[in-house]
Design a protein around this ligand. Structure first.
Ligand code: B12
Length: 215
């Protein structure tokens, strides 16, 4: 979808070996931020912004499929945008990068109400939950979601990681609520935060002999 020339450029860069994390963080993300800036100043119409967003969703999906290895057993990571949050391109990138590294990520998409997330935590027993939030008005929702998820997972301790534009400015508050803020200079740092939890979960599972260890 979208502009075929832009798509071709991205796929050529991928063929030439530009790492997926750099493609997302250093190519697509700045382009979307620029779209937002132009939309604010009236340089872009809402319809044009929507068109670019839809094209970006397709490009992320296509690149994600190109890099996805066959699924393998292992701890589940559950990812979703909190209730009311419609910005889902960032988490789609994170999900794609985790899957590209062989992780088993279940992504529920935009605007997921707390009861549905709770239901999935009970059903899937994820090693960690990844929440995405962009705007500061989602903070109370993040707090309420985290509290509900901790209770749903209890007595098992289940890390809750938050990412998205809400994080850098509000990380102290997130920590107070028991939520791990995932942000950093680059996406490798962000992924390292998340994968620290799955590695621990792998070891715990192997130790308990309840599930096959992931290589
Ligand atoms: C596209 C877009 C939309 C689309 C979203 C479509 C979609 N499916 O995502 C639509 C049109 C729906 C939309 C709506 C709105 N938007 Co908007 N939108 C944008 C825009 C242009 C791009 C967003 C984007 O994809 N960025 C690129 C991604 C890759 O960046 P990212 O989200 O930060 O993700 C990176 C990291 O944060 C991290 N990450 C992200 N999520 C997660 C999750 C986890 C777990 C982890 C570990 C990491 C992680 O990884 C990513 C990779 O680098 C931005 C501009 C901008 N500066 O971002 C505005 C922007 C975010 N929107 C804005 C606004 C105001 C709105 C609306 C309120 C507008 C309105 N009046 O209706 C609504 C709110 C909708 C809602 N309730 O959520 C403002 C927010 C200002 C603020 N911070 O308060 C922005 C910044 C525009 C601006 N310059 O003012 N928007």
């Amino acid at each position: 979808g979208g502009d075929p020339a832009a798509r071709r450029l991205l796929l050529d860069a991928d063929d030439l070996g530009l790492p997926l994390a750099r493609m997302f963080h250093e190519v697509l993300r700045p382009a979307l931020v620029e779209v937002g800036a132009r939309w604010v100043t009236g340089g872009l119409r809402v319809g044009q912004e929507h068109e670019v967003t839809e094209a970006a969703r397709d490009w992320i999906a296509e690149l994600a499929h190109r890099h996805a290895p066959p699924p393998r057993p292992g701890p589940v990571l559950l990812a979703a945008c909190v209730a009311g949050e419609h910005h889902d391109l960032g988490p789609r990138m994170i999900v794609a990068l985790l899957r590209a590294r062989g992780h088993n990520v279940q992504f529920l998409g935009a605007d997921v109400a707390v009861p549905f997330l709770v239901e999935e935590v009970v059903a899937r027993r994820p090693a960690a939950v990844l929440l995405a939030a962009t705007m500061a008005d989602r903070l109370p929702t993040v707090k309420a979601t985290a509290a509900a998820l901790v209770e749903a997972a209890s007595p098992r301790a289940m890390p809750i990681v938050a990412g998205g534009q809400i994080v850098p400015e509000h990380s102290a508050k997130l920590r107070q609520w028991g939520v791990v803020p995932a942000s950093g200079g680059d996406l490798d740092e962000v992924l390292a935060t998340i994968l620290g939890f799955t590695a621990r979960d792998d070891r715990a599972l192997a130790g308990a002999g309840t599930r096959r260890r992931v290589a």
